[in-house]
Design a protein around this ligand. Structure first.
Ligand code: FAD
Length: 451
């Protein structure tokens, strides 16, 4: 395996979800592996993405749980919320996870360079310190970063990167964007007591999700006090003497906020990587173009994860990293990742989860479909006096009874969806669901009781 012509068999740029998995697996197959990370080992998901975000979602949910608890007989006196305490607990756990990621790579014999890396020639990488190393294969796993729209005063806005480190919960926050990050942080800050306004360029939130779920989240969010400004863009943000931000959105009067957070998508991290030095081809969104085996147009350079902008999710980056490492360094046949039927979730309040085709997509692609729906008030909400309904939708191909999509908005929807997604991936039919006995009383039983 070892090709002594090069310092390493594999050099991975970026130690995030995809880079970590690829490096560890390649090393396990006997490759001599090095990896570089310019920020913190673990990448976006662990350091400033999925993991700290979910911890904040948990923290935020107590706001509702503590209110709901009263109808369940609990008296809660003197409740208060300490953001700094939560923030610091979350960061402490992130430090722990970062350590674990580093340890795992160390234990697999991966050489870690904690500095920026750039491709400076064929098979050649130069580190920020000036050290030059060579590798038989290079894997680009540099992820993506928040997109910052161009408008006057955008330097006063934060992104999700900074949201985890705020000194205090903003009294008034304007969140720009209609995607999952915007809606998740809207829920988080709203539960912590901020007055939240979402500003979106179009009049649609969560574009890729089923329309009925989007409408339901919008309606519940409005009821919870989140404000939406649609079809608008920034004219300017001006910092005032007292530190507050004066914001002008098109079609709206000037308004004052304490924070402006931009969550308008994420762009591939390709700047300063030296791709032009070796001629790596890019797509029209600035993503690295790869084939089904994650190989670029340059024979020895591969790319996985968000930088390829296929599906920007951690489990996808991990699978791509695994498939790359097994295919290039493992004993078996090369294989590729199946990007179809990937389940996903939005950790809003309440959360959304989905797999497969929306009703609209199924009508366009299949023509004849059956739609089953359960619109219910979860038992816990009934007792709590919370007038918040869940919605499950199942989309079935009328030609063969196969379930082609499941969509849910309700408490615990992502937890339930992980199991339901197996059934959709396995091409099970509505009859298979009907034949399954319910677990009563649960919310999930709605899945097997749809008429
Ligand atoms: P990353 O994990 O981003 O890792 C790339 C690494 O490369 C970074 O650490 C970066 O510092 C480093 N790097 C970049 N350039 C260089 C260079 N030149 N030299 C050295 N190092 C470099 N996904 C989910 O599945 N579920 C979720 O709930 C979820 N929530 C999210 C919430 C937020 C707020 C955000 C921002 C993202 C979330 N994601 C979620 C997306 C998920 O984090 C990404 O899809 C995933 O991290 C992509 O992994 P990756 O390996 O491609 O890149």
């Amino acid at each position: 395996m070892a090709d002594t012509q090069y310092d390493f068999d594999l050099f991975t740029i970026g130690i995030g979800s995809g880079g970590t998995r690829a490096s560890r697996i390649a090393a396990g197959h006997g490759a001599r592996v090095a990896a570089a990370e310019e920020y913190r080992v673990g990448g976006t998901c662990v350091i400033r993405g999925c993991v700290p975000k979910k911890m904040l979602v948990y923290g935020a949910h107590f706001a509702e749980d503590l209110v709901d608890a009263q109808n369940f007989g609990w008296t809660i006196e003197g409740k208060s919320f300490d953001w700094v305490k939560l923030r610091d607990h979350v960061q402490k756990d992130i430090d722990r996870l970062e350590g674990l990621y580093g340890e795992t790579l160390d234990n697999h014999g991966v050489t870690i360079f904690r500095e920026r890396a750039e491709i400076t020639g064929p098979h050649e990488i130069t580190l920020a310190s000036g050290k030059v190393v060579t590798a038989k294969y290079i894997l680009i796993a540099t992820g993506a970063r928040p997109h910052m729209p161009d408008f006057e005063g955008n330097e006063h806005a934060i992104t999700s990167n900074e949201a985890f480190h705020l000194d205090e919960v903003p009294k008034r926050i304007l969140i720009a964007g209609g995607g999952y990050i915007a809606n998740e942080f809207a829920g988080i800050f709203n539960e912590f007591g901020s007055k939240v306004t979402i500003a979106n360029r179009s009049d649609v939130i969560l574009r890729s999700y089923d329309a009925a779920l989007r409408d339901r989240l919008l309606q519940i969010s409005l009821t919870k006090g989140i404000e939406f400004c649609f079809n608008t863009e920034f004219e300017y943000v001006k910092k005032q003497e007292d530190g507050t931000l004066l914001v002008k959105l098109t079609g709206h009067e000037e308004r004052v906020f304490d924070q402006v957070m931009i969550a308008t998508g994420r762009v591939p991290n390709i700047e300063g990587l030296g791709l032009e030095n070796v001629g790596v081809e890019l797509g029209d969104r600035g993503q690295i173009k790869v084939d089904e085996f994650s190989k670029t147009n340059v024979d020895y350079i591969y790319a996985v994860g968000d930088v390829t902008d296929r599906v920007q999710l951690t489990p996808v980056a991990i699978r791509e990293g695994q498939a790359f490492a097994d295919s290039v360094f493992g004993p078996g046949e090369p294989y590729s990742v199946d990007h179809s039927c990937i389940p996903s979730a939005v950790f809003s309040h309440p959360p959304i989860a989905a797999v497969g085709m929306t009703e609209g997509e199924a009508r366009n692609h299949l023509g004849s479909i059956k739609v089953f729906q359960s619109d219910f008030r979860p038992m816990k909400n009934v007792v709590a006096g919370r007038n918040e309904r869940g919605l499950y939708k199942m989309i079935v191909d009328a030609a063969n009874d196969r379930i082609v999509g499941i969509h849910m908005i309700a408490p615990e929807a992502p937890e339930i969806m992980q199991a339901a997604a197996i059934a959709v991936k396995a091409k099970l039919t509505k009859a298979d669901f009907d034949a399954t006995v319910a677990i009563h009383p649960t919310m999930a039983e709605e899945l097997v009781l749809m008429k």
